[in-house]
Design a protein around this ligand. Structure first.
Ligand SMILES: [Zn+2]
Length: 600
């Protein structure tokens, strides 16, 4: 599970660095791991599941008649436990990219792929090398705003840390903007399905966008705008920077507000300073803005006042249909100096070839990486290894156990098993795979992601993160009903968890993706007991050395979840149909554009 914020700070140097470059006189010491290890809040919404009796074996299979759902019949609990116990053992050292634990993890998963008789997906290799780059901005970065008109002759200097955070994704030792005109672009959104374009009629070449976080639906709580309070992709900070780059902006600065971001300025400061790990690209991210950043809210007010504007009023206008970007007539000058280091990690990918349509794919994915070892850990009782049993040995174990269950089923479509790296650093392995796919995205029918299955025991429900996304949910409903369970919509859609795990990087390329999690209504103990277990996990284990495997885990509920994914995968693998994003989905348009590639 990728935590709530930017990413866990990279406090440990890579093994096997290819080289380092720095614009610093003296490179900084690595920052301490000061990240707010903010726990995922327990699901507070009441479970919507009616209390129904657990089902015994269902009378009939799914619509295809190809399978019969018998609880836990296909996916072996012994497989699942064995993989978790191994991957989360101290010998794997917390599975950090660049560590000895990485080598052990890659060897183990590759060995399991081979043992299952799966084919390498990258030529004759199971490995897809993933080049990573770590950029650390010097803390003397700054941005100066020069007035014009009524504010001519005035200047406002914004200091790195308290006032502004700045960086560049360009892999360069220095990057800057000079005399770049500021343009207030509202939420900075281009969303054809909502008929919304904040950049309409403005040429951003050489200019710096000032952008609001989140989206108009959140800002107004108007359910008819975007998805109301539910976070859309357009509301995410990642999207803001990507869109500004597409518009050709030289600079892109988000104006912080605590409600819209869902975290305070202190969190922005700790999350976006220090080393920032990213996937490398052949062009060194030359397409990104020269300067990106966050500005503290009160500085947004000051900067707009220099242009004779009122941020509070602009916030309201920016959430109204027909809002137009506003060139401010004032300029920004500033830049950053970088320390750059490079390293290589790898995704692992294996194929179960399809018998009828081998060029079409169903994907099972899970991230293999975790946080490694701490130098010391207060309160850890001397344990310094982040074993990552739940996060995400369960996911890797899950796709391996599903692979074992599927391997003799002779599916019509091929099935790709993908274990991705560097999720904990910001979904980097899946991002790289998304941009460098080993099989066609257009011909990938569906992707199923497993990220941190909690060992709760059996539940009356199964949680669908990002509920309301695609037709895969209609099919899931059928199988869940056969298990005597109900679908539980994502209880906190405003947090946008759908965008915070690896399937998102396939969804971005149009692939219908499903991300399910354990339910919240235990057969034994109901919602109260599930919440108590969840609270305990977040307080003492999430992203801590205490996330360890125990043979006392009750994984019966997890096996039911895996069984659902197995049945979904088999159904998709034996179908000639293409699942669709629902109308209103951010990902529907790109899927439709690639439809022609699927014609047989
Ligand atoms: Zn995590």
């Amino acid at each position: 599970m990728h935590h709530y914020l930017r990413h866990f700070p990279v406090a440990v140097a890579f093994a096997g660095l290819l080289g380092a470059a720095s614009a610093f006189a003296a490179p900084q010491a690595n920052a301490p791991a000061s990240a707010p290890a903010q726990a995922i809040a327990p699901a507070s919404a009441p479970a919507i599941a009616p209390a129904i009796a657990p089902a015994t074996a269902p009378a009939s299979g799914p619509a295809t008649g190809a399978t019969t759902a018998v609880r836990g019949f296909h996916v072996a609990e012994s497989d699942y436990r064995r993989h978790i116990e191994t991957l989360a053992s101290d010998a794997f050292e917390g599975r950090k990219p660049g560590s000895a634990g990485e080598a052990r993890t890659l060897d183990y998963i590759e060995g399991e792929f081979r043992r299952l008789g799966l084919k390498p997906a990258n030529g004759d290799s199971y490995r897809q090398p993933v080049p990573l780059v770590e950029i650390t901005a010097a803390t003397d970065a700054k941005l100066t705003i020069s007035g014009a008109g009524a504010s001519a002759g005035q200047s406002l200097e914004l200091a790195y840390g308290p006032d502004i955070l700045l960086w560049t994704k360009r892999v360069q030792m220095q990057s800057a903007v000079t005399g770049s005109e500021l343009v207030f672009v509202g939420h900075g959104v281009v969303a054809p399905e909502y008929g919304w374009n904040d950049y309409a009629g403005v040429d951003m070449k050489g200019k710096t966008a000032l952008i609001l976080i989140n989206d108009p639906g959140f800002a107004t709580a108007d359910a008819t705008l975007f998805k109301g309070r539910s976070l859309t992709y357009y509301g995410r900070w990642t999207y803001k920077f990507e869109e500004a780059a597409r518009q050709g902006a030289a600079g892109a600065i988000i104006i912080h507000d605590t409600a819209g971001a869902a975290y305070g300025w202190d969190v922005v400061q700790t999350s976006w300073s220090g080393p920032q790990l990213d996937a490398a690209s052949p062009d060194g991210n030359a397409g990104r803005a020269a300067l990106e950043g966050w500005m503290a809210g009160e500085n947004g007010t000051k900067v707009l006042a220099m242009a004779g504007q009122d941020l509070a009023k602009l916030r309201i206008q920016a959430s109204q249909r027909g809002f137009k970007a506003l060139p401010l007539g004032i300029n920004a000058t500033g830049g950053v100096r970088n320390l750059i280091r490079r390293a290589n990690s790898a995704n692992l990918a294996a194929v179960l070839p399809g018998t009828e349509r081998p060029g079409e794919y169903v994907v099972f994915m899970a991230h293999w990486d975790h946080l490694g070892k701490a130098m010391s850990f207060a309160g850890g009782g001397g344990d310094t290894i982040f074993n990552g049993a739940v996060d995400n040995a369960t996911g890797v174990a899950g796709i391996l156990a599903i692979a074992a269950a599927l391997k003799d089923t002779k599916p019509e479509r091929s099935v790709l098993f993908l274990a991705v790296t560097a999720e904990e650093s910001g979904l980097l392995g899946s991002y790289y795979y998304g941009n460098n796919p080993l099989v066609s995205h257009a011909r990938t029918a569906a992707a199923f992601n497993i990220d941190a299955l909690h060992p709760l025991g059996r539940t009356r429900d199964v949680t669908v993160v990002g509920y309301g996304a695609s037709s895969l949910e209609d099919e899931l409903q059928v199988f869940a009903t056969q298990q005597g369970r109900v679908l539980r919509p994502d209880p906190v859609p405003e947090r946008g968890y759908f965008f915070r795990s690896d399937h998102f990087n396939l969804a971005k390329h149009g692939v219908p993706a499903l991300y399910i999690k354990e339910g919240a209504d235990l057969l034994e103990g109901g919602v109260e007991r599930a919440e108590a277990i969840d609270r305990e996990f977040n307080a003492t284990r999430y992203h801590k050395p205490g996330d360890e495997y125990s043979p006392t885990w009750d994984v019966k509920g997890s096996i039911e979840d895996l069984e659902l994914l197995y049945l979904m995968g088999l159904q998709q693998a034996n179908s000639a149909a293409w699942p669709q994003w629902y109308a209103g989905s951010e990902f529907r348009a790109i899927r439709e554009r690639s439809a022609a590639e699927r014609v047989r």
